[in-house]
Design a protein around this ligand. Structure first.
Ligand code: ADP
Length: 300
């Protein structure tokens, strides 16, 4: 096949990478990075050789989610070396290059595209079974550029992460249409933050001092809202979680003819695992469920 000159070094670099999976979302904050991180942990736990590439340049959260904050990238004559969580899980992120992790990266298109290309061309991954690419949210010019680069290297497909809210689902339709337009297979859609992992225990709000397990939010609410706090908090929590017309992603997938990979509940333990930079397997939780993994791998 004929390749644009600038894409040849990228294609060469990516040649020892068996499968490339792009993780997309219509907007920020839906759990795309969390999913990319947990998918990488899950694949690594299956003894695959895994690379996780974070090109969400405006908000690189991957170093933190993998417990690699403050680490630096080293350069060798082979290229930039990823930072390793385990010998079979390497990570590359713009976050490793920022002097201050809080610094927002406000770069313009061409510079971003340049950096993304550099990542694809210069990182020395070695042999990989999977490269998981955490893309920026949306379907901008940036995406077209990324996709062009990745397509030159033979990308397997994209996983789209969404939440149950209507606005988010509309964005997913755009992502799915985008994938169809540029010729990328949609490996599936994940509905994140869908329902609660367990009912909110009343005690958390009603008797904070007796149980000794009160949360900051309870104290705050008791102080500001007073006695009705437990009731109100419960209402707020539930309305946020379930004001979603429920399970919209499944229906959308059926309409658009793409696989639905499953729902992930809103789970405080998962949030904690992400904060602490570890796999939720350690909590005996399988966030990326076995059937979802099977479906992803079999679809490649
Ligand atoms: P995105 O990459 O789409 O911007 P993130 O993956 O950074 O979103 O997730 C945003 C926040 O939501 C993070 O703090 C993450 O830990 C939390 N989060 C994501 N999914 C869940 C979930 N299912 N349950 C609880 N917290 C979650």
């Amino acid at each position: 096949a004929w390749l644009r000159a600038d894409l040849i070094p990228i294609a060469e670099r990516m040649a020892p990478v068996k499968h490339k999976i792009l993780v997309l979302s219509g907007k920020g904050g839906v759990g795309k990075s969390t999913f990319s991180a947990q998918l990488s942990f899950a694949l690594a736990a299956m003894d695959y050789q895994v690379g996780l590439l974070d090109i969400d340049i405006c908000g690189p959260s991957i170093p933190k989610m993998l417990g690699l904050e403050g680490q630096e990238i080293h350069q060798s004559n082979l290229g930039w070396s990823p930072v390793y969580v385990e010998s079979n899980l390497g990570v590359m992120s713009i976050g490793f290059m920022l002097p201050n992790p809080d610094e927002a990266v406000i770069w313009r298109g061409p510079r971003k595209n340049g950096l993304i290309k550099q990542f694809l061309r210069d990182v020395y991954w070695g042999e990989l079974d999977f490269l998981v690419v955490d893309a920026p949210p949306g379907t901008s010019d940036e995406h077209i550029s990324i996709v062009q680069c990745l397509q030159a290297t033979g990308i397997d497909g994209a996983i789209v992460v969404t939440t149950p809210q209507q606005v988010s689902l509309i964005d997913v339709r755009k992502e799915v249409s985008f994938c169809k337009k540029v010729g990328i297979k949609v490996l599936g859609v994940v509905e994140n933050m869908s329902g609660l992992s367990q009912p909110l225990p009343d005690v958390r709000f009603l008797k904070p001092s007796e149980t000794g397990k009160h949360t900051d939010v309870t104290e705050w609410a008791l102080q500001y809202i007073g006695e009705r706090a437990p009731e109100l908090l419960k209402m707020v929590a539930y309305s946020e979680v379930f004001d979603s017309s429920g399970g919209g992603a499944l229906k959308m997938c059926q309409e658009m003819g793409v696989p639905f990979l499953g729902k992930v509940p809103l789970d405080p333990q998962l949030c904690k695992a992400a904060e602490e930079g570890r796999s939720c397997f350690e909590d005996q939780k399988c966030w990326v469920s076995a059937p979802a993994l099977k479906s992803i791998i079999e679809n490649l």
